[in-house]
Design a binder for this molecule. Structure first.
Ligand SMILES: [Fe+2]
Ligand SMILES: [Fe+2]
Length: 145
């Protein structure tokens, strides 16, 4: 699979977890469970995506700006996760912070899939798309994902 297909696969895992989390409430064990899964997915996906998608693309004039933008959004997502970490999970504030995170993540995934992938598709050749996809997936597997 190409890097685009691999990234999309994991984006959909994030979307699913966000949706599942929205259906949980208060002290339900599911909230904790899905949240832990989401946190690991977000973190490992961002690390592997930066290495095998943004790093190669930041070298090219056509994709330098979107790469910087994408990486900056990863940092914003980190900060929202940090805020959530510091909030009692059963409190109404947690749900509000969670919704902020959901909004940001969904927007970020749209940016990547609707804009960045298209631009990146013109910069990377077919061989690179496959190689990066394989490297990305191997890194995720090493983390047990
Ligand atoms: Fe990303
Ligand atoms: Fe992504």
């Amino acid at each position: 699979m190409t890097i685009f297909e691999e990234l999309r696969t994991d984006h959909n895992k994030q979307r699913k977890l966000l949706e599942l989390l929205l259906g949980t409430s208060g002290n339900e064990p599911e909230r904790k469970q899905y949240y832990q899964q989401l946190k690991v997915q977000l973190d490992q996906h961002a690390a592997a995506e930066e290495r095998y998608f943004y790093n190669p693309l930041i070298e090219d004039d056509a994709t330098i700006e979107m790469s910087r933008h994408g990486i900056a959004e990863h940092h914003e997502i980190d900060e929202l996760v940090e805020t959530l970490e510091q909030t009692e999970m059963s409190s109404p504030a947690w749900l509000q912070h969670f919704k902020n995170l959901q909004h940001k993540v969904l927007h970020h995934l749209e940016d990547e899939e609707q804009g960045f992938f298209q631009r990146a598709g013109k910069v990377l050749n077919e061989e690179e798309k496959e190689k990066l996809g394989k490297d990305y997936r191997n890194m995720m597997k090493e983390k047990g994902l």
